[in-house]
Design a protein around this ligand. Sequence first.
Ligand SMILES: C[C@@H](O)CC(=O)SCCNC(=O)CCNC(=O)[C@H](O)C(C)(C)COP(=O)(O)OP(=O)(O)OC[C@H]1O[C@@H](n2cnc3c(N)ncnc32)[C@H](O)[C@@H]1OP(=O)(O)O
Length: 706
Amino acid sequence: MEKTFSLTRRDDGIALLTMDVPGETMNTLKAQFAPEITAILQEIKADSSIKGLVLVSGKPDSFVAGADISMLDACKTAEDARLLSRQGHHVFAELEGLNIPVVAAIHGVCLGGGLELALACHQRVCSDSSKTMLGVPEVQLGLLPGGGGTQRLPRLVGIATALDMMLTGKQVRPKQAIKMGLVDDVVPQSILLETAIKMAAAGKKSRAPKKTSLVTKLLEGTGVGRNIMFDQAEKQVMKKTQGNYPAPLKIIDCVREGMAKGMEKGLEVEAAHFGALVATPQSAALRSIFFATTEMKKETGAGDVAPRAVKKAMVLGGGLMGGGIASVTTTKAKVPVRVKDISEKGLSNALGYAYKLLDKGVKRRHMTPAERDKLMALMTTTTDYRGVKDADIVVEAVFEDLNLKHQMVRDVERECAEHTIFASNTSSLPITQIAAAAARPENVIGLHYFSPVEKMPLVEVIAHDKTSPETIATTVAFARKQGKTPIVVKDCAGFYVNRILALYMNEAAQLLLEGQSVEHLDKSLVKFGFPVGPMTLLDEVGIDVGAKISPILEKELGERFKAPAAFDKLMADERKGRKNGKGFYLYGKAAGKTKKVDESVYGVLGLVPGTAKEAGEIAERCIVQMLNEAVRCLEEGIIASPRDGDIGAIFGIGFPPFLGGPFRYMDTMGAAKLVGLLEGYQRRFGDRFTPAPLLKSMAAEGKSFY
Ligand SMILES: C[C@@H](O)CC(=O)SCCNC(=O)CCNC(=O)[C@H](O)C(C)(C)COP(=O)(O)OP(=O)(O)OC[C@H]1O[C@@H](n2cnc3c(N)ncnc32)[C@H](O)[C@@H]1OP(=O)(O)O
């Protein structure tokens, strides 16, 4: 088997240990490396000519991306995974126990077990490259740092900083890393190796104690103080996760035990918790999301058709969506973008949106003011079509008005190049209808973003029958450069995400009209695992947007999409939600500092909240609607696979990731059980709960989606 590690001796006595996993894009830690690395460490121990050791990666722009997640997926039992963790502990202890200085030279991603490997070295130096990121993202996989991270990290950077990193899984940049004491130096990549060699040659540095405030000393330096911290951390975790994710609490327990009973005990607890977490359904679901999104990164959306380069873009409409689309085009894709709006106000909104985003980066010291201004210069504005002849793609983000979109299509075909793609950010109009005005329909496609654009990772790419494969591939590649996860969906009203969301929201509306309070509805779905409840979501998206989309969906897809008539009263009362400060909740001064329901909404709807139903029933009624419609979308080919349906729901509307998405959740529940629930509700509430035919046949045949 090809070697992963190679040891190079230098005349000055400093040896280089290079890690380069053969045939892989990135280094990952695998159990099969243990004998090889153990043998090398023995060789180093036995060679008195070696005075110091520098650990480097053989990959061009990454250090180590963590333990091999496929290896974790292959663990059959919790004990298998616990033993993997203990194996890592022993190897890292061997490295840390070398009596010569060991320095990690880090360039590129250094994550999970990769950072734990670096923590077992005596010192760390990293490059100042934007490609260099350090973190312990295990919690995002439903796991915890199982290579000693829960013990070494708090002892290096302090308990509070370590918990923040481990509980969020966030990655830190070099400047942050040196500030928190995670690395000992940050240098340009060109002198990274020589710096590491000098550090190794200079001998082991006893780490100067981290300068901390009196409060930190009291909290972290005493048992009482630490327990206050841990208890507070647990409360925050429960508030955020509603108890749906076991990993964060286990992380806190590892640190608590290790700090109270010593590192060895802490490592034992870490391995036991790590093993148990690998075996949880939550981690299996989260790992499946990693595999799915990694697989999707390689897909063009149009087979082997190569995308065209997008060297210049244009956005029509400088509103909330247009501003966000233009912002991610400059800040993420780094593509020049020209924003057109009918008013200077719209243009200044787009510019302000981008500037605000970029300035956050300056304030967080992620970029310099000069870098901000350079990116801002990529965005230009116009109230006409000057300067767009060379636009490769035009994204329209104007009102949901078909005639207006037809006008945009004609304008773009007149003013831009023959190859220019017309991408519509419509959230509901069939692309076929928009393309009807096109002389070049092959260039027309849907590119549906979710609000807020800079935060929501999903985009739906909607091809109509005449959309060319090159247009699809180019649009998918453009969205990916914007940092998006695109799913290609078939053209129909509401596409996929808004279609499954609509029935979920309608059921919540029905429950409201049955007398469930706004806050009880929202709390019930947050408890289920959504980031926000349906009423809050409607306020955020806009009650007027929902009112606009519903009749389109009802007309195109059928009676089950009919929104409750009482909701027309909300529009009559000009309740649009957050956007005009009048919705289900209070906004501005009326709200004060807490989130309060606008009780007047009950009067508008002519109802008085009654006896609260069980949160579980509320969630179930809304969820089964979403699940059933997701199956219909699969059956009609709106989504290409259960995988796309899962990723679309998780990244588009925050479907609980720990459930793996609608299709994985249905597999866990079983099609037969879901059919039973739907038929029960159908008997109680009518045909809107009629099970999808595919679901019924799967139930009858005992089939699953994966
Ligand atoms: C011991 C414990 O502490 C347990 C752990 O360490 S758990 C693992 C912790 N690490 C992570 O969660 C990182 C997961 N990886 C990523 O987030 C991303 O891959 C990246 C940010 C490292 C790089 O992203 P990107 O530049 O977009 O590249 P890809 O995602 O396409 O990845 C390139 C290839 O590397 C493979 N890969 C990356 N990380 C892992 C991993 N931890 N395990 C297995 N494979 C990994 C990825 O699958 C790609 O492989 P391909 O063959 O090129 O498709």
